[in-house]
Design a protein around this ligand. Structure first.
Ligand code: NAD
Ligand code: WQD
Length: 344
């Protein structure tokens, strides 16, 4: 065993894929999740893929007593990957305090307990949302942080500042902040994937639900942007590629491969794809048509953003390698699996 890693939010979308990669790389994993946005069957999927069932603690990371108990009962946690957070942008505007409490108290609790239990480092899930509408693309890690347009986005900015201030204060911990672009797709086994609650707000789950007939048609929010086909441009990163970057970043941090106590990396493909191009890719890869229509712009949308992943490529030695067509096939196979299981 390489070490014991606490994965908060480990039954969630990105967390579950990362647990698979951690176990494949020889780490022992302890998951904490309150199942507010995931379900316990995810553990079966992880076990089917890896042959190992991770330790699971159902508890809330905002509960410091529950977290303390977890550290007491699972001694020797070397590192943490903190996925646990509320992530719906629209809901965060309606319920800002829920977002500030959940996302910030979770992080503060973890940071407070790390020195006490000798936990060396924490990997934090941040987002390209911190760049807002960037002045230029591709975006590297030195691009200015723009004023957040939602409480959710603000929790990511504040979390980055909390980690930075804590490390600068001399706290005996290290951290890697990972800024994800748009994570999409599912594990190629179709044993785990994204499980949106209710009507999906994000593009891919809405698209796959439309393709399978749960939704009538996909609305494309705007075709009058300053982009080649008029629809918005994003950097869609395969979730397994993204998960692998966590293992590499964690290893670098825990094995002192860097002198730095705090590092920040963009995780994207480096390629911007428009919403219409993505629909085309899905149809090409799966042979399934996606009924769609152009509607007005969605308020608050960024016109175009894609990553400059050179730092992650060169320093971490990580690169996104899965083609967009393979990613679309994985998203479709996951949607088919959900129907087979009677979930959706
Ligand atoms: P997700 O909702 O699928 O996973 C989050 C998990 O955390 C869920 O299983 C949920 O039940 C759990 N959770 C939430 N609050 C908790 C708490 N207080 N205690 C214990 N468990 C709690 O989301 P995801 O897409 O896997 O995102 C993971 C992380 O990555 C989040 O921090 C998110 O903000 C960040 N992120 C996601 C995206 C994206 O597009 N999916 C992009 C950038 C950043
Ligand atoms: C992508 C594109 C939509 C749905 C969000 C968060 C961001 C980050 C990633 C966590 C946009 C268009 C969408 C639909 C559409 N999350 N679209 N029809 O907005 O890039 O980012 O998730 O940190 O913070 O804001 O992702 O998937 O919602 O949208 O046309 O039904 O698809 O307008 O251009 P977004 P998304």
């Amino acid at each position: 065993m390489k070490g014991k890693i606490l994965v908060t939010g480990g039954t969630g979308y990105i967390g579950s894929h990362t647990v698979v990669e951690l176990q494949n790389a020889g780490y022992e994993v302890v998951i904490i999740d309150n199942l507010s946005n995931s379900n316990i069957e995810v553990l079966d999927g992880i076990e089917k893929i890896t042959g190992v069932r991770p330790i699971f603690v159902k508890a809330d990371c905002t509960d410091i007593n529950a977290l303390t108990k977890l550290f007491e009962e699972n001694p020797g946690i070397n590192g943490i990957i903190n996925f646990a957070a509320s992530k719906a942008v629209g809901e965060s505007v309606q319920k800002p305090l829920l977002y500030y409490r959940n996302n910030l108290v979770t992080l503060i609790n973890l940071l407070e307990l790390m020195p006490k239990y000798g936990t060396k480092g924490i990997v934090f899930s941040s987002s390209c949302t911190v760049y807002g509408e960037p002045d230029k693309n591709p975006v590297d890690e030195n691009a200015p942080i723009k004023k957040a347009t939602s409480p959710y986005g603000n929790t990511k900015q504040i979390s980055e500042e909390i980690i930075t201030d804590y490390i600068h204060s001399g706290a005996p911990i290290k951290s890697v902040i990972l800024r994800y672009f748009n994570p999409v797709g599912a594990h190629p086994s179709a044993e785990i994937g994204e499980l949106p609650n209710g009507v999906p707000q994000n593009l891919i789950p809405y698209l796959t639900q439309t393709a399978i007939g749960i939704r009538k048609e996909l609305s494309v929010f705007g075709n009058d942007y300053n982009t080649p086909d008029g629809s918005c441009i994003r950097d869609f990163i395969n979730v397994v590629d993204l998960a692998k970057a966590h293992v590499t970043a964690l290893e670098r941090m825990l094995e002192d491969k860097s002198e730095e106590t705090l590092e920040i990396f963009n995780l994207g493909t480096g390629v911007g794809l428009s919403v219409l191009e993505l629909i085309n890719s899905f149809e090409r890869a799966t042979g399934v048509k996606v009924p769609h229509k152009i509607v007005g712009r969605r308020s608050g949308d960024i016109e175009k953003v894609w990553a400059d992943p050179a730092k992650a490529n060169n320093v971490l030695g990580w690169k996104a390698t899965t083609s967009i067509d393979d990613t679309m096939r994985s998203a479709w196979n996951w949607q088919l699996k959900l129907r087979e299981r009677g979930i959706m």
